[in-house]
Design a binder for this molecule. Structure first.
Ligand code: UDP
Length: 374
């Protein structure tokens, strides 16, 4: 096998960003991906019947307030200017998220102004009614446990405002890659020093990287699969939430009038419905088409063999994670990252930010040992 300076195992957004930076720093990079395509769970596909771009693993909207991240991704794609709004359906009525004047006035039938909102919400009956309608059921479905048992940081992802601003994100920049997410990944990996191998499982064997049955040449390793799997889950499995999706093509031009509607009551088994054509309002042909693709999202407990989506932050997972991270720190030349590797509820921009912080300027492959002469 050819020699490489770096092995990047996992071609998600963290892995592809690291691979690109390594290549631009003069390293020869081998990217290994267990699936047939790069992109991780950001991967999309074009629906054959309608031409609509489907986010295979659920909606992904790129949003950030980090200038370096925005500059970096804009080297590889243009964005279409899409601004994400999320609606919530509760007991047969539709409301605007996030928590702000539109939701409160819509739900209580009030006409509060910004200065009046805080006083109104200070009444426990109001805050409890709102929380029970929009957060209790959804959170229980999403995490399989009541909101009281969830890290408050998770629910605080949803902005709270005293205005009518119904943008779902507070960030300065957002959008969907104009030519789709897949083109972004292809552009990231399009460098003469990057070689990609698809459909290959990466594993460690005595500190050496293995691709399928092949031992890899000594090289730095950048791994973004689940960190427990790297060590044969020897301390036990890190807990995850997984998702099941039900996709349907409907013979209507527009099913729900927006990209995402959350179903917040516990009795509806899914958490949200995605309608993908709305991510590209600039694609006139698919917008005008008398068909649409929708996808219902059902969260579930993860078991071995399922796709991991959301890390579950709890005392047990924190303990396990620190044991696995300690193991990882003992492997010379190994860096672990990304949502799965770091076991962090990263948004895409946070994965890019973490990848931009990875050291790529080294000259020997494992600290004090000289890099083998190729
Ligand atoms: N959440 C909720 N109701 C909603 C939307 C969100 O209770 O209508 C809570 C839920 O616990 C969820 C968290 O807020 O896991 C974060 O929501 P976000 O929309 O950021 O989730 P993601 O899109 O990352 O799945």
């Amino acid at each position: 096998m050819e020699n490489y300076d770096a092995i990047v195992a996992g071609a998600g957004i963290w892995g592809c960003t690291v691979a690109r930076r390594l290549a631009e720093a003069g390293k020869r990079v081998l990217v290994l991906e267990r699936r047939e395509e790069a992109g991780g769970n950001v991967r999309c596909e074009t629906d054959a019947e309608t031409g609509i771009e489907v986010h295979t693993y659920g909606s992904h909207i790129f949003h950030t307030h980090i200038p370096e991240v925005w500059r970096f991704v804009n080297r590889f794609t243009e964005f279409n200017g899409y601004q994400h709004k999320v609606l919530a359906r509760y007991r047969g009525k539709t409301y605007f998220l996030p928590l702000g004047l539109a939701l409160v006035n819509g739900f209580f039938g009030t006409d509060l102004t910004p200065p009046e909102l805080a006083g109104f919400m200070a009444d426990e009956n109001h805050s409890k009614a709102l929380f029970d309608a929009f957060f209790r059921g959804y959170t229980s479905k999403q995490w399989g446990r009541p909101p009281e048992e969830i890290d408050p940081a998770v629910i605080k992802r949803v902005p709270v405002r005293s205005s009518y601003d119904i943008n779902y994100f507070n960030d300065m920049w957002q959008g969907i890659p104009a030519n789709g997410y897949n083109a972004l990944f292809e552009a990231l990996l399009d460098h003469p020093s990057i070689t990609m191998r698809r459909g290959v499982e990466f594993r460690l064997d005595g500190g050496r990287g293995m691709a399928g049955g092949d031992m890899l040449p000594p090289a730095r390793i950048y791994y973004s699969g689940p960190v427990d799997a790297l060590f044969g889950c020897k301390f036990g499995h890190l807990p995850w939430r997984t998702l099941r999706f039900e996709r349907e093509t409907l013979s209507v031009a527009d099913y729900q009038g927006t990209a995402v509607v959350n179903y917040t009551e516990a009795e509806v088994p899914y958490t949200r419905i995605h309608e993908f054509k709305h991510y590209h309002p600039e694609r006139r042909e698919t917008m005008a088409l008398g068909k649409t693709v929708v996808m219902r999202e059902y969260p579930a407990a993860w078991k071995p063999g399922d796709e991991p989506y959301y890390p579950v932050d709890c005392a047990e997972s924190r303990g396990l994670l620190s044991r696995y991270m300690e193991e990882a720190s003992k492997v010379p030349g190994l860096t672990v990252g990304g949502r799965l590797g770091a076991y962090r509820y990263f948004d895409m921009d946070r994965s890019v930010e973490a990848a931009l912080a990875v050291d790529v300027e080294w000259s020997d492959w494992r600290g004090s040992d000289p890099r083998p002469q190729h």
